[in-house]
Unconditional design. Structure first.
Length: 169
């Protein structure tokens, strides 16, 4: 029986400025670590436009790493790693409540999508957000300079988390 994969999900729209950072990081992770059968636990990389797509995708995963643009009032390009919880809790720690907001540019926010997965009985065992603070979310392609410069750091953070569960050969 093949174990459930570690899930790396880039959320966002490349047509909304810095909101495209999730897909950019996910694609870079895919290129940097195509673990496949060489890993003890497979790694699956997805790019989605809406957190609602996570409700079924992460079912039973030992770890879901979600990469998304954040709007927390920090300097653009700031990378944060936030433990969102697992099967028993998906709320961010109270000291980060002002930084991880339930609303987003998506139809359903990330925390609400994870709550729905929990309610339906199939959340990932552990969920971590790698957030990159964005500045510009209006229509238009391309990441702003500070966000584009933060992509390698976000990729490194994701790969560190993946290595905790499924080291690449």
């Amino acid at each position: 029986m093949t174990p459930a994969p570690v899930l790396v999900v880039g959320i966002g729209s490349e047509l909304r400025g810095d909101d495209g950072v999730g897909p950019a990081v996910a694609r870079a992770v895919q290129q940097a670590c195509d673990c496949g059968a060489a890993a003890s636990v497979p790694v699956e990389v997805l790019v989605v436009a809406d957190p609602l797509d996570l409700v079924d995708a992460g079912a039973g995963a030992p770890l879901a790493i979600v990469v998304d643009a954040t709007r927390g009032g920090l300097d653009p390009g700031t990378v944060q790693v936030v433990e969102l919880g697992g099967t028993s809790a998906v709320r961010p720690p109270s000291n980060l409540a002002g930084r991880v907001r339930p609303s987003s540019t998506h139809a359903l926010g990330l925390v609400a999508a994870l709550d729905l997965a929990k309610l339906l009985g199939h959340p990932p065992r552990r969920t971590v957000l790698v957030g990159v603070e964005g500045a510009e979310f209006g229509p238009g392609m391309g990441l702003g300079p500070a966000v584009a410069d933060a992509v390698p750091e976000a990729v490194a953070r994701v790969l560190e988390l993946v290595a905790e569960v499924s080291p690449c050969a």
